[in-house]
Write a protein that binds this ligand. Structure first.
Ligand SMILES: [Zn+2]
Length: 371
């Protein structure tokens, strides 16, 4: 991919890959193939390929080159570049409109725990005081989000931190070092101590699963807090908080996240709950389908980390049904794996994406972002 790239630019790309790998290896910043990074070099936008994991950046070619002028031209025509360049990240438009040379976008759990609050802008005013930051109310990924960001940047060109409502965090800078430093600073300022949950009742969960080979108990203790912590169950019962929540569950309704009482569960789950991809069992913990992919499990861990950082008093802003439907339609298949991909081997995480240099004449836009 970098055969025709200058030595200087190769160094810059290597630094972005190293930074991406560090960010991607931190489950508090990215989960599965969420998050993305980019660098602009000589009018080329190098951006993370859709479906790739940032954690794999050092051992896999996760960046694809796009002609920045052509990307901007598509956007002028109201065509989402992610629809045109099928292998590019869904957030390609956002990376293109931001003026920074290096950009990272992360689903930082601490940021999301603030960004799902109705009073987030006021809360963040205090937390991020002194930084050049702006709040972007929730809007769908892709072109709609890029348009909102463009408005903000037009009014305040020096902004380098964006907090995306019900979504995540964007950091921009001149180089990878500056971006990493700023990301670290924002992380520290937004850090929330997760609640301590009651212990997982593995015995009860094992008893419920007894006789069925289709269920697993997650090996991430934090996930079980979704069932053992009463505040978490209450937060989850209110609705969906951010798009990935519906993506990993393959569900656009919050009912899946409602806990089920433990007593007598085993007697009735075959009829009522047998089709669920996971089961949040009140006071016990969580059971997941063996068919749940590594990516889905990673996103579930991320959700648990977010929920454990939301206090019972927080006024929450849940996604509307329309927002959930829109985001599900647009991006679900980009993060979803094949059902048979259940282990953590990087090579098996995603479909192979044929990476190539910028197509000479562009591509036809897809009809819709569907699978
Ligand atoms: Zn995102």
């Amino acid at each position: 991919m970098t055969k025709n790239v200058s030595a200087t630019n190769r160094v810059a790309l290597t630094r972005l890959r190293e930074l991406s790998a560090r960010i991607g290896s931190d489950p508090l910043l990215t989960q599965a193939s969420t998050g993305n990074s980019s660098i602009k070099l000589d009018d080329v936008l190098w951006i993370k390929a859709s479906g790739k994991w940032m954690a794999d950046a050092k051992r896999e070619d996760i960046l694809i080159p796009l002609d920045l002028a052509q990307v901007m031209e598509r956007m002028k025509q109201k065509i989402d570049p992610a629809d045109w360049y099928r292998d590019a990240s869904i957030e390609t438009a956002m990376h293109a409109v931001l003026p920074h040379r290096v950009i990272v976008h992360v689903h930082c759990v601490n940021t999301i725990a603030w960004a799902v609050r109705q009073d987030a802008p006021a809360q963040l005013e205090h937390q991020l005081d002194g930084l050049r930051w702006r709040w972007i109310s929730y809007v769908s990924s892709g072109l709609p989000l890029a348009c909102e960001i463009e408005k903000v940047i037009s009014a305040s060109p020096d902004i380098d931190v964006l907090v995306l409502g019900n979504h995540g965090l964007v950091i921009g800078g001149d180089n990878c070092g500056a971006v990493e430093d700023l990301l670290s600073q924002v992380q520290q300022r937004l850090a929330i101590c997760p609640r301590q949950a009651d212990p997982t009742d593995y015995a009860a969960l094992a008893e419920i699963a007894d006789g069925s080979s289709s269920w697993d108990l997650p090996n991430d203790d934090a996930v079980h807090a979704l069932g053992t912590d009463a505040i978490s169950r209450s937060v989850l019962s209110g609705g969906l908080l951010y798009p990935c929540q519906s993506m990993f569950s393959n569900s656009s309704t919050p009912g899946l996240f409602h806990s089920v009482p433990c007593p007598g569960l085993r007697d009735r789950w075959e009829s009522r709950d047998c089709t669920r991809p996971f089961l949040i069992v009140e006071g016990c913990g969580v059971m997941v389908r063996r068919t749940m992919t590594h990516a889905q499990r990673a996103m579930m861990s991320g959700l648990a980390q977010v929920i454990q950082r939301i206090s019972s008093a927080a006024p929450l802003r849940y996604l509307t049904e329309e927002e959930v439907a829109n985001s599900s339609r647009m991006i679900a298949c980009r993060y979803r794996e094949r059902p048979d991909q259940t282990n953590g081997e990087a090579a098996q995480r995603d479909r192979p994406l044929p990476l190539r240099h910028q197509p000479a004449s562009g591509r036809r836009p897809r009809q819709a972002r569907s699978c």
